[in-house]
Design a binder for this molecule. Sequence first.
Ligand SMILES: [Zn+2]
Length: 320
Amino acid sequence: MRSQGFRRLLRQLASLNWQQRSQLIEALRPAVGLDRVCAAIEGVRPAPTGCPGCGSGRHYRHGIVRGLQRYRCRDCGRTFSALSGTPLARLRHRSKWLDYLKEMLDSRSVRAAAKLVGVHRNTSFRWRHRFLHGVRHDQPERLAGIAEADEMFLLESQKGSRQLERPARKRGGVAHRRGIGQQHDCILVARDRSGLTCSFVTGRAAVTARQLHRYLLPVLDPEILLVTDGHKAYRTFAREARIAHAFVTLRAGERVRGVVHVQNVNAYHQRLRSWLSRFHGVASRYLPNYLAWRWALDGDRIAAPERLLQAALNRFHIRR
Ligand SMILES: [Zn+2]
């Protein structure tokens, strides 16, 4: 619109009544949503450096599609945008993403978020996991200083699966065996004293030294002091990996010995467990997504929808 016409429009706004004003705001909402989401995307992924098809760096601007700059590769002719190659590439209704992410920051259920944002509940479910798929990579690269590690267990769940691998449990369900076994998903949480936290689903049943090598070792600073309970897997792992290690013998009633305790990580477990209860059971295969979600919320670490969107895209940006 020409600036003269726009100035005239602005002057006319003064004569609107309140109903017209709210209608106008409603009419602008999708476009404003799209502007905000595109600004957030371009903030984290300014311009692709290479074609996702052939890797060539020779491309030119090729129009704007749904608010995002599109490019065309000179070598293979493929068109792409900042979202190509990310889990969000083909998601629709871009103008509603930030509204949806805000509901995720409020820990809404699939249905509640769907209703509030005005999308189908299947869309709501798909969006939740597409966003979280990216957020999963938003973990600290390194824990340092003193890090506590401990595991917690959840009864495995095949919620939403059409074919169960085992006889169905009664609602809620309890393990058929006492103690921890193949019916439990093991969640390993490691948290250093600065509050940086990594969490992993290591598999079913108790954590093994081998799993600790695989999940824990890559995120531990070599100078770290690892603090755990007396579980043998930690001792074996620390010896093999040559990591400084101290443990409390909970069985003997010892909870704290100076800096040696696992109370921060256990408090994290508690927050995770009570937060998960609102979802009335989480399917085992989606657990890693929920762990990432919880870490985003921890201590309001991510408080703005734009930041959550950027967390979902960050790794894909770095890789390119
Ligand atoms: Zn190409």
